[in-house]
Design a protein around this ligand. Structure first.
Ligand code: DGJ
Length: 729
């Protein structure tokens, strides 16, 4: 049983295979957080909390003369706000009498033998292989009729615990939520560091590690997307934690819009970590009987460093978040025409590219931006989802059939959430765009954003998507989103509902995606937001792969894919071989290296293969053979980061679950005079089995390989790469 409640019905232990999470509702009904870490027994740890009379940290009335009892010092699950906890709480409430206070106390609990689903939002789901369990803790606000329900989901075997909060107004008067986070994690003792994944467009998810002190560490997004700039996933770790050693905790928010994640030490050295929807420009009005649900946050703990933590996230996301047949089924090797032609294509060009691609073994042609409306550059046409038959020299159906006749699948690009001012849609429905009346809007890529909170907007988009897909043989859709939101003003959600628009926008996106996939369940969807601007757990619910970055430079991709791998599975990272010199960086790299880097992702090409040499065309065949040969390792195997992108060479490895095969990719990141040898370590083998290594043909036991490693027999040139295999004999 993953959930254990103490005899008094106030102690709660959530047990996973290797971790324990503990809470205790004290005599005043405050839900204390008493432990999260390595698995322990079923004992009450609330006596770890040391209470003292702390100056300027007041005491609630019910403590009477006990000056040591202060909400400002206790580790809590749903910290209050406005009533004496100064560390920043989860929920802020504005009551109809003008007061601002939220003080939730324990009322009771319930256990469900399955995992909860957050209404209208992606959540981890049960499968035949593993069913989660749910603990719901009921809390009541002390001076009003507002109720909070704390949801805890436990996936015991996966070492995962989830949290979400539901707020309900049971009173007659409306209340306004001005902040509602998904979770608080309080640490009473210990020193920690916070790892975040900052970046920018085309350089997403690098890694930053900072000591948690009294100065608040905070990342977030107010762009209406999870963003290129910060990712809604953070790690808290003990100093010195490495890939294989040390304690670390992951927090990953299942949300694709504004978020905040912060960590700070309080006056007594306790650390509070908060995560959830960003409170800026957020408020949600709850009339009598109305409810608000936060997105889910996925927690996981490892006492064996980052490799184990990442594996736990990879498994839970692959098995309990990704849906649809392509979640397990092999995905076709694709060729996307974007970097091959940009907007400058016609039927002849596309067919020539497709013909060559199919001869080399590519399995799908993706027609990117520019096939609809008036769209020969990025200044017009968005919203007019009608096929430009003149440009295509016929219908999309005819084009799709010709591609299918070559033995390939056919995919197309959409950017449903956007609208160009130069479009028929905008001329007909200017009020469908997010813009503030009387103010010039901010334009990005010369486009505006549709008000996805509106049902009529979503109905239009669903009708257009359905019409296009029902009338052409389309197997894949790339769902793009190419700007950040601002000028938030909806003609539907006005007045006191104004602060709901950001959240309702993303609920609208989820609603449209859900309806679209219900209508076309076999479509392979690839998420995209100018590359990796919406690379988050929630989008994986709809699309098992996400275009990882608009940067296709193989060397930059080392750091982008490295940072992405801390939470997200390799199978989710869209990665393509593109032309050299690279279009984003001008860098020249070997064709082979571009292939090796892209093979550790959702593999494809993004160039005109008529324009490469015969030798490179042969390499395409080789790479596709490698893709098929190693697919089960790269997409289902365990992943190990061996050497990071900042090192002399970058290396990573996959090992299958049976420990029969391992594949290592190694890329030289710099050249040096008087070069040093390349010695690589090997991880994850079975110490008792013997393995033959492709690099030198030697056979050793797994124990020997893992301890002695491998020295390459020659020096690799700058950006040269190598694939090395170990196979059990
Ligand atoms: C941004 C995407 O990331 C690119 O791959 C491409 O689809 C363009 N948008 C098209 O406008």
């Amino acid at each position: 049983m993953a959930i254990w409640t103490g005899e008094d019905g106030r102690l709660f232990l959530l047990q996973t295979k290797d971790s324990t999470y503990q809470m205790y509702a004290d005599r005043h009904g405050v839900l204390l957080h008493t432990y999260y870490g390595k698995r322990i027994g079923e004992e009450n740890l609330s006596d770890l909390i040391f209470q003292a009379d702390v100056g300027f940290s007041g005491n609630p009335a019910e403590a009477v003369m006990d000056r040591t009892y202060s909400l400002d010092c206790l580790p809590q699950e749903l910290p209050s706000s406005g009533v004496g906890d100064y560390r920043g709480g989860c929920v802020e409430l504005l009551h109809s009498d003008g007061s601002m206070a939220a003080d939730f106390r324990f009322e009771g609990y319930e256990i469900l033998p399955y995992s909860y689903q957050v209404p209208g939002m992606p959540s981890l789901f049960d499968t035949n292989e593993e069913t989660g369990q749910t603990l719901i803790i009921r809390m009541k606000e002390r001076a009003s009729e507002v109720r909070a329900y704390l949801y805890y989901g436990i996936f015991e075997e996966k070492n995962v615990i989830t949290k979400a909060v539901r707020i309900e107004n049971h009173g007659k008067s409306p209340v306004v939520l001005s902040k509602c986070l998904s979770g608080c994690l309080d640490f009473q003792y210990g020193e920690y560091e916070l790892i975040t994944f900052p970046g920018r467009h085309a350089m997403e998810r690098s890694l930053e590690r900072n000591k948690v002190g009294r100065t608040k560490l905070e990342v977030g997004s107010i762009r209406g997307t999870s963003s290129h700039q910060y990712n809604p996933a953070v790690i808290l770790c003990t100093p010195g934690t490495t890939e294989d050693h040390g304690e670390c905790y992951g927090e990953c928010l299942v949300y694709s819009s504004n978020f905040i994640a912060s960590a700070q030490k309080d006056q007594r050295g306790q650390i509070r970590v908060l995560m959830g929807i960003h409170p800026e420009q957020f408020s949600f009005c709850l009339n009598e009987g109305e409810a608000f649900d936060t997105p889910q946050v996925i927690l996981s703990y490892s006492d064996e460093g980052f490799t184990k933590l990442s594996r736990q996230y990879h498994r839970i996301l692959k098995e309990h978040m990704c849906r649809g047949k392509y979640c397990r089924q092999k995905r076709p090797v694709l060729l996307n025409n974007w970097e091959a032609t940009y907007f400058d294509f016609n039927e002849e060009k596309l067919l020539k590219i497709a013909r060559q691609a199919s001869e080399l073994g590519i399995e799908m042609l993706v027609l990117d931006d520019g096939w609809f409306g008036k769209r020969d550059d990025d200044n017009s046409g968005l919203g007019d989802w009608y096929v430009n038959e003149k440009k295509l020299g016929g219908s999309l159906k005819q084009l799709g059939e010709k591609i299918h006749a070559m033995g390939m699948c056919f995919g197309i690009w959409f950017e449903p959430e956007m609208i160009s001012e130069d479009s028929d849609l905008y001329r007909q429905h200017p009020d469908w765009a997010l813009r503030i009346p009387g103010r010039e809007p901010n334009r990005a890529r010369n486009q505006l954003v549709l008000d996805m909170s509106r049902e009529d907007v979503r109905e239009y988009l669903l009708e257009r998507l359905t019409d296009i897909l029902a009338n052409a043989p389309i197997d894949y859709v790339k769902w793009d989103m190419n700007r950040s939101l601002c000028d938030i003003y909806s003609h539907v959600y006005t007045g006191k509902r104004r602060g709901e628009v950001y959240h309702r926008f993303i609920l609208g996106v989820y609603d449209l995606l859900e309806k679209f996939l219900a209508r076309f369940p076999d479509i392979l969807l690839e998420g995209c937001s100018g590359g990796g601007g919406r690379f988050d757990a929630a989008m994986l619910y709809y699309s098992p792969q996400i275009w990882c970055s608009d940067n296709t430079d193989a060397v930059n991709r080392l750091s982008i894919q490295y940072g992405t791998s801390f939470f997200y599975p390799v199978s989710a990272m869209g990665a393509h071989v593109s032309a050299t010199p690279n279009h984003q960086t001008g860098r020249e790299t070997f064709f082979r290296t571009r292939g090796h880097v892209a093979l550790s992702g959702s593999f494809g090409y993004e160039l005109d293969l008529n324009k490469v040499t015969k030798e490179e065309q042969d390499l395409v065949k080789e790479q596709i053979a490698d893709f098929h040969r190693y697919y089960s390792l790269t997409h289902e195997g365990d992943y190990y980061r061996l050497a990071g992108p900042e090192e002399r060479f970058c290396a990573w490895e996959f090992v299958d679950r049976e420990k029969e095969h391992a594949l290592q990719t190694l890329v030289m990141t710099s050249a040096e005079g008087n070069p040093l040898p390349v010695h690589t370590i090997v991880k994850g083998l079975d110490p008792e089995k013997n393995y033959i290594c492709s690099a030198n043909g030697k056979i050793h036991s797994g124990r020997t390989w893992m301890n002695g490693g491998l020295t390459l027999g020659r020096i690799l040139r700058e950006y040269e790469s190598i694939l090395i295999t170990w196979d059990a004999v």
